[in-house]
Design a binder for this molecule. Sequence first.
Ligand code: VGL
Ligand code: ZN
Length: 182
Amino acid sequence: MKKALLIVDVQNDFCPGGALGVKEGDKVVSVINSIIDKFDFVISSQDWHPEESIHFEKWPPHCIANTYGADFHPALNTEKIGLKLQKGTANKDDGYSAFEATNVSFSDFLRKNNITNLYVCGLATDYCVKASALDAINHGIHTFVITDAIKPVNVYPGDDKKALDEMYRNGCVLVESNALEA
Ligand code: VGL
Ligand code: ZN
């Protein structure tokens, strides 16, 4: 039994002032930094879009590969990250889920490293956190969502509550960071 932390899309463009800034998106950083030592593995995902994508028919352009907007928030402790996933790299899909990473197979990594428990945090609750958590459940992983280490886009008010509900109904365990064991 190994446990891994998945840090979803804690990137400049999803933080206040960014191209798709999430309200208080930067607030997850200190929470994530405070729990990062509690896991056998730390994995990040990054939205890593081409300049042109059907994704940008729904969203303002953001997280273009190899730009400042696609970088991690500068205060995020990235030292422990052992696997960096890049997703949304094609121009014909959204690539919301970390399991859609194209640079490496996330599911192979989980299997090869006997990772049975995955703790999901980051941005945004109602898109990439949700898609990644639901995919993890579908891969038979015990999936936990750290509720004080996520923030929503909330295109429609209440999308965050709906997303948490959907994750819970599908078997995700909702936990707070202060309840995590060492
Ligand atoms: C995301 C909207 C568009 C996310 C990515 O990381 O949740 N949301 N692209
Ligand atoms: Zn995106």
